[in-house]
Ligand binder design. Structure first.
Ligand SMILES: Cc1cc2nc3c(=O)[nH]c(=O)nc-3n(C[C@H](O)[C@H](O)[C@H](O)COP(=O)(O)OP(=O)(O)OC[C@H]3O[C@@H](n4cnc5c(N)ncnc54)[C@H](O)[C@@H]3O)c2cc1C
Length: 410
């Protein structure tokens, strides 16, 4: 008899944790599992702001996917998903390959939501993947290099749109990165600007007042021009037009104004809510029996009008619950309802400060920055046990800002 085929789309937090769980749960030869991802590396998405600012070493952010799979129960296929044919139970890849499935798990992550603001799609830089954040880093270097010849002040104005979780984490890294680059290019720091624009009244919407106050004070103390209650109306690659009638000359606008489900989901015939696929209590796509969806691609209702947020914590917990449900389905056993347990949230503001709440306790400053590292280590532990934690933490190599040579910066 032919073995059932399980296909997992996306090797991010959700897809990879689900793959590792299936490796542990499935008996040899019980099913054929294939994990499909655009690239053969997994990136730690929660650290991408560091890649963008050049404050992290690449090999700490990306890991080879086949090396993370520990058995031959899951095979890896590098490919870009283009379409899912539900009738034929097939996944079509960009290169024309087709993969048939009995059970499908969609974990294709997020896309940036630009809310249709003119010029953002075309000219703003985006924190979406390892590649797009590398592009941010190289763009910043280019601004420093070009400034040396044209002295255009707009090149030294680094603007981040959004002071939510990701925006603040990026601003925190820029606070450390920009002075280092000034030193490297011999440009006075006081000629540079870090600007952070946020439509809400405060930074870090959703965090408590103490965290908001700590963060606001911290970024302002480090020279960040924080503009809250301000909306961006348009961007044309050189000027940011604001709703208060002014504009900012800036050749760098990094958009961190929000995320939505992967755009590919729109072309698939599933029930979407705010760009994400609606799933039931078992994480099954509404209206299907054998298709599951987790992480940023999934709309898992929290209340009548809201869903679980797009976080790594949610993606990991859903992966850990979804893999047993797929195994139960193929064994003809009953599936379990997914329950989310929020353990806390910590946002970094550079390498030495952070704010958040862990298990109900408010934390801030250096201790919170340490806790952020603990959270990262825990994820590595889930993926590959203590050996992966040790391997990743002992990897050496200087962040680009310290090691950058003329060669690298071109
Ligand atoms: C800078 C930053 C900081 C963050 N910090 C935190 C934090 O501190 N805590 C927290 O809980 N969350 C944080 N998040 C959110 C968290 O990273 C996401 O919620 C999490 O990555 C979602 O996991 P996922 O598996 O759904 O998607 P992802 O991890 O995005 O994985 C999706 C995968 O699918 C692949 N893919 C996409 N399209 C295709 C295609 N067509 N074909 C093949 N493969 C494809 C991608 O390459 C990727 O590997 C942060 C996000 C960012 C950007």
């Amino acid at each position: 008899m032919e073995k059932p085929k399980i296909v997992i789309l996306g090797g991010g937090y959700g897809g990879l944790v689900a793959s590792r769980k299936l490796e542990k749960m499935l008996k040899n030869d019980e099913a054929l599992v294939t994990l499909v991802n655009k690239h053969d590396y997994h990136y730690i998405a929660t650290q991408l702001h560091r890649t963008g600012a050049g404050t992290a070493v690449d090999n700490k952010i990306i890991m080879n996917i086949p090396n993370l799979l520990k058995t031959n129960k899951v095979s890896f296929k590098k490919g870009t998903v283009e379409f899912i044919d539900k009738q034929k139970q097939e996944v079509l890849l960009e290169n024309g390959d087709k993969l048939s499935y009995d059970y499908l798990l969609i974990a294709l992550g997020f896309d940036v939501n630009t809310f249709g603001i003119p010029g953002i799609e075309e000219y703003a830089l985006k924190i979406r993947s390892f590649r797009t954040t590398k592009a941010i880093y190289h763009h910043i270097l280019n601004q420093f290099e070009s400034y040396q010849s044209d002295k255009d002040p707009a090149r030294l104005a680094f603007t981040v749109a959004g002071a939510g979780f990701t925006g603040i984490e990026l601003v925190g890294e820029l606070i450390e990165a920009i002075p280092a680059l000034c030193k490297k290019y011999d440009i006075p720091v006081n000629l540079t600007r870090i600007i952070n624009i946020e439509a809400s009244e405060n930074v870090l919407p959703g965090f408590d007042q103490e965290a908001i106050e700590f963060t606001t004070k911290y970024v302002k103390k480090h020279g960040v021009e924080l503009m809250t209650s301000t909306r961006i109306l348009e961007y044309n690659a050189t000027d940011i037009k604001l709703d208060n009638g002014t504009s900012i000359p800036s050749k760098t606008l990094i958009w961190s104004g929000g995320v939505r489900g992967n755009k590919l989901l729109e072309s698939l015939d599933f029930k979407l809510n705010r760009g994400r696929i609606e799933v039931d209590q078992y994480l099954r796509v509404v209206g299907t029996e054998n298709i599951y969806c987790i992480g940023d691609s999934a709309y898992f209702p929290k209340s009548e009008n809201s869903c679980l947020p797009p976080t790594a914590q949610v993606a990991i917990q859903q992966a850990e619950a979804c893999a047993p449900n797929i195994v139960a389905a193929l064994r003809g056993e009953s599936q379990k309802e997914f329950e989310y347990h929020h353990k806390g949230t910590v946002a970094s503001i550079g390498t030495t400060a952070a704010v958040g709440k862990v298990f109900g306790f408010r934390i801030s400053g250096l201790f919170a920055a340490f806790m952020k590292q603990v959270i990262e280590a825990r994820y590595l532990f889930v993926l590959g046990g203590p050996s992966l934690v040790l391997k990743q933490f002992s990897k050496t190599g200087k962040p680009y800002l310290q090691a950058a040579s003329v060669q690298e910066s071109k």
